[in-house]
Design a protein around this ligand. Structure first.
Ligand SMILES: C[S@@+](CC[C@H](N)C(=O)[O-])C[C@H]1O[C@@H](n2cnc3c(N)ncnc32)[C@H](O)[C@@H]1O
Length: 185
């Protein structure tokens, strides 16, 4: 899906999309900087939208690894289904179902979760469930990467990941974004 269609789709669903523009290549590159693609067997993505991050992950993913992505928007989901890659599983369910979905694909846990969910726009009960399930679904030393346009979720993430959280910033994005890196014990 191109940038114009992303803009139209996001305008229609601004509460769940949380932005009007897809992530810049600078943000995507910083978000994926901490991923060790040589060893990752399962990467999970929350909120792929038009697939800008998805495609970058697939470019570096090992041939025997999997990428499972969760998208609730019908039009984004249908566009994502067109990505022809047998390492990719596109799921039209909310991210909080992550544990049951990875189990259904014969995985016990994930190496990394990459999230661009608009946490601040979502009901608190859902975000709490998503963050707890993300933590539980990661393997030991696995990482959860989340970008946001504000620092509103810093304390929630710190609490969920028991303080193992670091922060970086990318100004070359509309709007500029903070990146949280949260590591499981
Ligand atoms: C800010 S957009 C990110 C798009 C793209 N990943 C990027 O970085 O440009 C957020 C995406 O999260 C999706 N989304 C919102 N709530 C969700 C949920 N509970 N589970 C899965 N996806 C969700 C929206 O439909 C939207 O595509």
């Amino acid at each position: 899906m191109n940038k114009i269609n992303f803009l139209k789709e996001s305008l229609k669903n601004i509460r769940t999309s949380g932005t009007l523009f897809p992530s810049s290549r600078f943000l995507v590159s910083k978000l994926l900087k901490g991923v060790d693609f040589k060893t990752a067997k399962l990467i999970v993505e929350f909120g792929p939208g038009n697939g800008i991050i998805t495609n970058n992950i697939l470019n570096s993913l090992q041939p025997d690894a999997k990428l499972i992505i969760f998208e609730i928007n019908d039009n984004f989901y249908n566009a994502l289904l067109k990505i022809d890659d047998n390492r990719l599983v596109v799921v039209k369910q909310s991210a909080d179902t992550v544990i049951e979905v990875i189990k259904a694909h014969n995985f016990e846990n994930a190496d990394y979760i990459i999230s661009s969910l608009p946490l601040t726009n979502m009901p608190k009960t859902i975000t709490t469930s998503i963050l707890n399930n993300a933590y539980n679904c990661l393997k030991s030393k696995g990482c959860f990467f989340q970008y946001q346009y504000s620092l509103t979720y810093y304390s929630n993430l710190k609490e969920t990941f028991k303080g193992k959280i670091s922060l970086s910033f990318e100004s070359l994005n509309i709007p500029p974004a903070f990146i949280y890196t949260c590591q499981k014990d």
